[in-house]
Design a binder for this molecule. Structure first.
Ligand SMILES: *Cc1c(COP(=O)(O)O)cnc(C)c1O
Length: 390
């Protein structure tokens, strides 16, 4: 199905075979199971002597279409789709890790991923050590004989730090450790970690992949023999993506490139506007020259993404007041939506951390994160500007 095509073409033309109705857009296969012609067909299907859908927890044509598109976009060999990004991350790590294994993770990872490492994996005797992006030279010292996986996100949420994928890929290879990258913030349109040596790439498809705030989804793609393990684990444990959501996500990918281009253009314009604002201490956006890892960002990303972080003058109180003055943009826990979303991590997502822990992951009291949407940039700027100019 997915012969080599340009990114935008593959996103549209990598399509499942048409049914007997000659539909133009792919059909939706809302069926829990599939039928066999006879006993031999059933035997051969279960024996995996032929590729055939058996049960939608294992595979479904809509899931396969979505997976095949992302596999082509990421330059991967194989993949499996999940009900959410966290289902993808848990199942990927759960399938590959054994009791006694050790994980090396970037300190700044998605909150629920962090909870897996700190609260749940210790139950199965799996320990995690953390490396700081500013001291990657220290990570060599953190390796143990039982280190199985290096896990990282780039850009990070919400600090927008950039990890050097070329360095991590070479490092993991040198030490024979698997490298798993959460590529959610960049999407495969902006960054393809496998080209830098990642073994597996995980995504929350809920964010820019859907891009319209409608469904949850997740996906893992990468080396075929690893995906096989993840598939076998998942077909038994049951975190599969629903075919309905797979259909939505596959349609969403058709417009990923044009949407993400516009998201990035709006985000860059907003970042430039905020950089000059006197109520703003600093602005962080991967493609601003002032970003501490700008050189790495332009080396590994096509554009800077849709998230802009900035620090308001003032503390927690000023952050809350700023949110209360926002009129058009929305206060919401999602990101990567058509709608611009504004959050204040210190008083919401990261309020359970102490001030020191927040500082450790780059979250100051005045930090505001904007998931820049697809509204006209003049309306986005006007809303943030009226909330800043008190
Ligand atoms: C949202 C997110 C996740 C989790 O995805 P869900 O679809 O919400 O389960 C994982 N990693 C990153 C970077 C995210 O932004």
């Amino acid at each position: 199905m997915s012969s080599k095509k340009e990114f935008e073409t593959g996103a549209i033309r990598n399509q499942m075979p048409r049914s007997g109705y000659s539909e133009h857009t792919s059909a939706m296969y809302l069926t829990s199971s599939f039928v066999f012609d006879d006993a031999e067909d059933m035997r051969a299907s279960f024996a995996e002597e032929k590729e055939k859908n058996i049960y939608s927890r294992f595979s479904n044509p809509n899931n396969t279409e979505f997976v095949d598109k992302v596999v082509a976009m990421e330059g991967a060999e194989s993949g499996y789709a999940f009900a959410s990004g966290m289902a993808a991350i848990f199942s990927t790590l759960g399938a590959l890790l054994e009791s006694g294994d050790h994980v090396l993770s970037a300190r700044s990872v998605f909150g629920s991923t962090h909870a897996l490492f700190t609260k749940y994996f210790p139950k199965w005797n799996i320990e995690t050590s953390y490396f700081d992006i500013k001291e990657v030279d220290r990570i060599e010292a953190l390796i143990r004989p039982e280190t199985k996986i290096i896990f990282a996100e780039t850009p990070t949420n919400p600090g927008l730090e950039i990890l050097d994928l070329e360095f991590l890929g070479a490092f993991a290879k040198k030490h024979g450790i698997l490298l798993v990258i959460d590529n959610c913030f960049a999407t495969p349109y902006l960054q393809q970690p496998i080209a830098f040596g990642a073994d597996l790439v995980v995504h929350s498809a809920t964010k820019l992949m859907d891009g319209q705030g409608r469904v949850l989804g997740g996906i893992t793609v990468g080396r075929a023999e690893l995906i096989r393990e993840i598939y076998l684990f998942s077909r038994n444990t049951g975190p599969s993506l629903s075919p309905f959501n797979a259909w939505i996500l596959s349609k969403s990918l058709e417009t990923l490139a044009v949407r993400v281009d516009k998201h990035c253009e709006n985000a860059m314009d907003l970042a430039r506007y905020l950089e000059k604002h006197e109520q703003v201490n600093w602005v962080k956006y991967p493609f601003l020259k002032s970003h501490p890892q700008y050189e790495i960002a332009v080396k590994q990303m096509k554009k800077g993404g849709n998230i802009v972080a900035f620090e308001l003058k003032g503390g927690i109180e000023e952050g809350r007041n700023f949110l209360n003055r926002i009129k058009m943009c929305t206060l919401s826990a999602n990101l990567g939506d058509t709608r611009t979303i504004v959050t204040h991590p210190a008083s919401s997502t990261h309020s359970k951390l102490s001030a020191e822990e927040r500082a450790g992951v780059g979250i100051s009291d005045g930090l505001i994160r904007v998931s820049v949407g697809l509204e006209n940039i003049s309306d986005i700027v006007e809303d943030l500007s009226q909330a800043l100019n008190i």
